[in-house]
Structure formats: C-alpha cells, structure tokens
Design a protein around this ligand. Structure first.
Ligand SMILES: Cc1ncc(COP(=O)(O)O)c(C=O)c1O
Length: 440
C-alpha cells in the first residue's frame, strides 16, 4: 500500500488547463462561498479562527482511511492495539475554513461541474508570495489530480519509453513506481551523508550519467530524509540539470512544513533554470486534505507549458470541485494561522520522538528539518532488517514505511509519521524503548 490513493477522473469542462475565464477573487476572502449560497450556521461562526486542538485523539478507524483501516492487512497490526505511523497524512482536522467550504457545498447539494480553477490559481499566487517570496503568474498554473498524477503527466510529456529518469535516493517511493509503470528507467543516484544529514554528491552522479537520461525529479524539501536544501545545493542541482540537459521536476509538496526557523527556497528562485523547470506544489500535505487529490504544476517556459497543456487536454484532465473549494479555502489568513500552530506542534513532536528513540543504543533519527516523517537508522543495532521490523511491528505494534521502498540507501532505515497527537508519539517512543530494551 502506498501513500497515495486511487486517482480521480476529471469532468469535461471543454478547454482544460490554466485558462479559466472567471476573474480571480481576492485570496482569503469570499472565494470559498459560491454566489447565491448561504453558509451554514456552523461555518459562519468560525470567523474568529478558533485555535486548533492537535492533542485531540480522533478515531479514524472504520472511515475507509488507508493509514488506519489498511494497517492490519498490510502489516498484520490491528488498529485496535497498534499505532499507524506510515501513510503520509495527519491525524488532525484541517483548518475550520476548509470544513466550512465542504459544508457550504453540501448545504447547496448540487455537485455539477466547476466553472473554473481561477480562484484557486489566484489563491496560489497569494500564498506563494506570502509564504515563499515569489508569485507565479496565474496562467503558469495547471491543476492536476494531485502530485503523483502530476509526476506521471511529466513523465508522459517529456520522456519516451526506455529513457532514463534520475532520482536522488532514498526518495518518495511513488516516483520510481510511476517511472517504471510508464516503461522508463529509474536511474538511482544515492545521496551522500554529511554529519548525519543527506547532501548531494554531484561528482559521483556526473560519472553515472550515460546520455540516455532526459529528466530528473528532485524532492525539495526531501522525503524521507526531511532535508531543507540550501540555496547552494539547489544551485548545484540546477547546474546538474543543465550539464546533462535534463528537464528538472521539483516536487515541493512539503515546502510549507519546515520546522520553525528554517526556510524553504523555491526552485523558481534559482537563476538559469526556468527554461527546463517544472515545479510541483500542493495544499494537500500542508492542510491534511490529501483525499481531495488536487495539486499544482507550475511552468513558466512557453514551450514546456504548451506541451503540458496539450497532454492535460489529451488525457481529459480537469479539477474536482471539492478539491478546488478545499484548497482555495485553505490558502487564506486563517490557513496561515493554522499552519503556524501546526509547525510549532510538529516541532514539539519531533523533539519528543528524536530524543526518545536516540536513547536506544544504535538507533539514530535523522534531524528533521521539514515534513512530519522521521527517518530512523537502525544499522547501529547490528540486527537484520527482519529482526528490526519484527520488533517494531510485532512487539511495539507500530506500522511504519519500510526504508527499502525508498530506493538505494534506504535499507537500514524505517520511516515514522509523527503527525499525530503528542500522546501517541509518547506512546510510540515508550513502545520502541521497550521493544529494544535488551540493548540498554
Ligand atoms: C514528495 C511527495 N510527492 C507527492 C506525494 C503525494 O502527492 P499526491 O497525494 O498529491 O498524489 C507525496 C506524499 O507523501 C510526497 O511525499
């Protein structure tokens, strides 16, 4: 089971892509409320941006939720006694403005085709400007059915069967799955280490290139290592793409989830790469709305843009109206307040988890700079992978993502999702300490 679910099917809106004909609305204002609709009482009373309660334990069992309802089948760990720390979604409610957007649509009760994604594109411009210091042109934004879908579209648009696509491993496992399913070759370039953190190794990678590579996919910030790449490192990747004439796909889905004090640099702010850059962003990780299956592809180069638009059109892709409403509502001042509270909460979880598991001899968490996914190295225990997993899944009853699924370099690691109420993180730490207590 992967972190991403089934892909949705888009409705036929006529011309697809980023050429909606409705004037953008002011972000954070009335764009969540279609004209003629009345907000429900519950939605209207949320003007004051209530503080989120991330400590609340919400039972997700029995809701067709992959993280909790699939763990028994995948890991043999019952959700009644186990802890789901695998699939990359959060056990938290999104901001109230997102809930209001859904309630608003439900109150209207007609679920026909959406008119345009213009309001969402305006909100993206506002969000990126405010959070990341650059503003994409509305016409440069395409709305896809999420970023796994967007990755597949990029592979389809700019490579042919048999071409090489470069990944910097270990990295988000769906990249390799999409590439291989499309009959392209995954070229795995292993990340190097510096002081226990991943760093690029351009000299080694230059030597691996054969000339058959057409594209590279960078995960920035990095899943599963959590790195927030520095400007110098991103410049290095831009130069690597130029040297080997690669389309540079930059998946920045985790860009909002940096730890307090750390700043993500968007690839669009790196010079000399716009003519080969395809940037992927989304609201789904930031606001925990992954089931909405909505994501953005941002391209400024006219030729690349035309090619992508034609593939979108050929495949009949257009956005899901619930996804549009939820994402547009989230990118608002209320969403900003919620996100700031979330980042502080995740930082608290990070400290608790990293301090706790680092007390187990031979177990080393990579310092988390972004995401809510702790990448933990068990090589120092001297145990086989099977023994480590028997203790984590069998004894501690914790479902985790196996390091091997992230490609070369992931073999001795396991990935733990800490976006869950703190009491559960504390419980996971004490279960892990008990499961490895003979090492103390
Ligand atoms: C780097 C990265 N890209 C994409 C996705 C999934 O994106 P989507 O749900 O929009 O398909 C994930 C999910 O964990 C991810 O970590």
């Amino acid at each position: 089971m992967d972190e991403d679910g089934a892909q949705c099917h888009g409705a036929d809106l006529g011309p697809s892509g980023p050429h909606g004909n409705i004037a953008p609305l002011a972000p954070g204002a009335s764009h969540v409320q279609p004209r003629g609709l009345k907000l429900q009482e519950s939605a209207m009373s949320r003007d004051h941006h209530p503080a989120p309660d991330f400590d609340e334990i919400i039972d997700r069992r029995g809701t067709n939720c992959s993280k909790w309802d699939m763990m028994e089948r995948v890991y043999g760990v019952s959700p009644d006694e186990g802890l789901a720390m695998w699939v990359a979604d959060m056990d938290f409610r999104p901001p109230a403005c997102v809930q209001a957007a859904v309630e608003n649509m439900a109150a209207h009760g007609i679920y026909g085709y959406a008119a345009s994604d213009a309001a969402q594109r305006a909100a993206i411009g506002w969000w990126m400007d405010r959070r990341h210091g650059w503003r994409p042109a509305a016409d440069d934004i395409f709305t896809t059915h999420g970023l796994v879908n967007a990755t597949g579209l990029c592979v389809d648009a700019w490579t042919d069967p048999g071409d090489g696509i470069v990944l910097f491993t270990p990295v988000y496992h769906a990249f390799a799955r999409v590439i291989r399913s499309a009959g392209r070759e995954v070229v795995e370039c292993p990340l190097a280490f510096d002081h226990g953190r991943y760093v690029p190794d351009f000299d080694a990678w230059d030597a691996m290139m054969t000339g058959r590579e057409k594209m590279m996919i960078l995960c920035s910030p990095q899943n599963p290592g959590g790195r927030v790449w520095s400007r110098a490192e991103l410049e290095g990747w831009a130069a690597f793409a130029r040297r080997h004439d690669l389309i540079l796909v930059s998946d920045e889905i985790h860009c909002d989830l940096t730890m307090p004090g750390l700043t993500h640099t968007a690839m669009t702010r790196i010079d000399g790469v716009a003519d080969r850059l395809v940037m992927l962003t989304a609201t789904t990780k930031t606001f925990n709305i992954a089931g909405a299956h909505i994501g953005n592809v941002i391209i400024s180069d006219p030729a690349l843009k035309a090619r992508f638009a034609s593939r979108m059109s050929a495949l009949g892709l257009s956005p899901n109206s619930f996804g549009l409403a939820m994402a547009t509502a989230a990118m608002s001042p209320e969403g900003v307040d919620w996100l700031e509270a979330l980042r502080l909460y995740l930082d608290g979880n990070r400290r608790l988890f990293e301090d706790g598991v680092a007390q187990i001899p031979g177990v080393k968490p990579m310092p988390l700079e972004s995401t809510y996914l702790e990448w933990v190295d068990f090589s120092g225990t001297g145990m086989t992978r099977e023994e480590v997993l028997a203790r984590i899944e069998g004894d501690a009853k914790i479902a985790v993502n196996h390091g091997t699924s992230f490609g070369l370099g992931g073999e001795s690691f396991q990935r733990f999702n800490i976006a869950t109420p703190r009491a559960r993180v504390a419980e996971a730490v004490s279960r892990l300490q008990a499961a490895f207590s003979d090492l103390q």
